[in-house]
Design a protein around this ligand. Structure first.
Ligand code: SAH
Length: 384
């Protein structure tokens, strides 16, 4: 089946690896991408140059804690070590091609990998906290019918370094190099791509970003969204220090979900909900998980659809869940209408009357193609 092969291709690490002292991820220039190295790997790298462990800590703190972007700036390192690093490694591998700022303050960064693939990252400010939405893949192999990113297809998986660097670039742009990451910054893996089809790199990146000597964005501040890669939901549930989970549902009926999200033909609602039930068992005290539901006018937004959703949750006895209703963000190439605000409210009301918590996600950055499902390397209007 086609989706099987898509799954396998996407699961294969697309980045080239080379092994010297350790298995380091290299960029097109064959240099080690420092941003993607775990502490232990950085220590191995330092050791390969005859440098003690604490030098690795200095580099880690400089790159992730102070977010410096060139070795020259790490002046507390011996010159010789700096020169060695310069020769063999690099801190930056992504380049920012354009940066768009929405009327609502949302920023979209259109970046390119060293080998020319588009990467998009979104910064969403709010009164209580800021959120950074990162991409896990360039493009996406899933063919969700309502999503613009799907039109790109999968270009390639992003390396751990490329995932981490997206966040560093945004923080440096918003707060300046060296400024402390504001406590409470949230991360969401809801940009381009299917995070669970790039699982290992995603987990490595999150581990690096959670380090208190670095960005210090702890798993409790991170949410990863999957379209329903069932085996990985089971694996995710087992992780000791895991982030929060969101599952994109968008229909409680197999027939409709098959057409909206073809991944449903690989793992249907029965399999998905069984995995969700298992995941519910792994929740910590007070934690809930989310089902995302894209609201498509006249397609999945009737009272019946809300009742079907409540029935489905009941059937699997899912209790510690909340529903995030996402009004569809349109684009020329997408054949859907967004639900009217009245419909969204009514849908929410039906869910709530059935005892299901539901929230409406306010669209952010629609005017600059930064909203959910709009990331498709689009260049629009004037750049800032
Ligand atoms: N591949 C992952 C993560 C990326 S999409 C996933 O599917 O969960 C993040 C969310 O945006 C998903 O819930 C997805 O269903 C939703 N989405 C996709 N296209 C959209 C659109 N055009 N309008 C609103 N939401 C959309």
């Amino acid at each position: 089946m086609l989706l099987d092969s898509v799954y396998q291709t996407a699961a294969m690490p697309a980045e080239r690896r080379f092994s010297a002292n350790c298995d380091k991820i290299v960029t097109m220039s064959e240099k080690v991408h420092i941003t993607g190295l775990k502490r232990a790997e950085l220590e191995e790298l330092a050791a390969s140059f005859g440098e003690p462990k604490y030098r690795a800590t200095q580099v880690f703190k400089a790159v992730h804690g102070r977010r410096l972007t060139s070795f020259d700036e790490i002046t507390d390192l011996p010159k010789k070590f700096r020169a060695k690093l310069q020769e063999t490694a690099e801190i930056s591998s992504l380049t920012v091609e354009s940066r768009y700022v929405s009327v609502d303050g949302t920023r979209r960064y259109l970046m390119k990998t060293a080998d020319g693939y588009p990467v998009e990252t979104v910064y969403i400010p709010s009164e209580s906290r800021d959120t950074i939405c990162f991409s896990s893949q360039s493009g996406c192999p899933l063919k969700c019918d309502f999503c613009l990113t799907a039109k790109l297809g999968l270009l390639r998986n992003l390396t751990p370094g490329e995932i981490v660097e997206q966040v560093i670039i945004v923080l440096n742009d918003v707060y300046g190099v060296g400024a402390e990451t504001p406590h409470g910054t949230n991360l969401v893996g809801m940009g381009a791509g299917e995070p669970f089809l790039n699982f290992e790199n995603l987990i490595t990146a999150l581990e690096i970003m959670s380090d208190e000597d670095g960005l210090f964005i702890v798993p409790n501040r991170v949410t990863v969204s999957t379209a329903g890669i069932v085996p990985k939901i089971y694996e995710f549930a087992q992780l000791e220090n895991r982030p929060h989970l969101a599952i994109s549902l968008s229909s409680a009926k197999d027939e409709l979900r098959d057409t909206l999200m073809p991944i449903n033909k690989r793992w249907d609602l029965g399999e998905l909900m069984s995995a969700a039930k298992e995941f519910e068992g792994s929740l910590r005290r007070g934690e809930r998980f989310t089902f995302e539901y894209v609201m498509l006018g006249g397609v999945n937004d009737a009272d019946n659809d809300a009742n079907d959703l409540a029935d489905l949750l009941e059937r699997f006895q899912l209790k510690r869940v909340k529903i995030n209703l996402i009004p569809h963000n349109g684009a020329e190439q997408l054949d859907y209408n967004t639900s009217t605000p009245e419909r969204v409210d009514r849908f929410k009301w039906v869910l709530e009357s059935r005892g299901v918590s539901a929230y409406v996600r306010q669209p952010r950055g629609r005017d600059i193609y930064a909203a959910c499902g709009q990331l498709a390397a689009k260049t629009v209007g004037s750049r800032q």
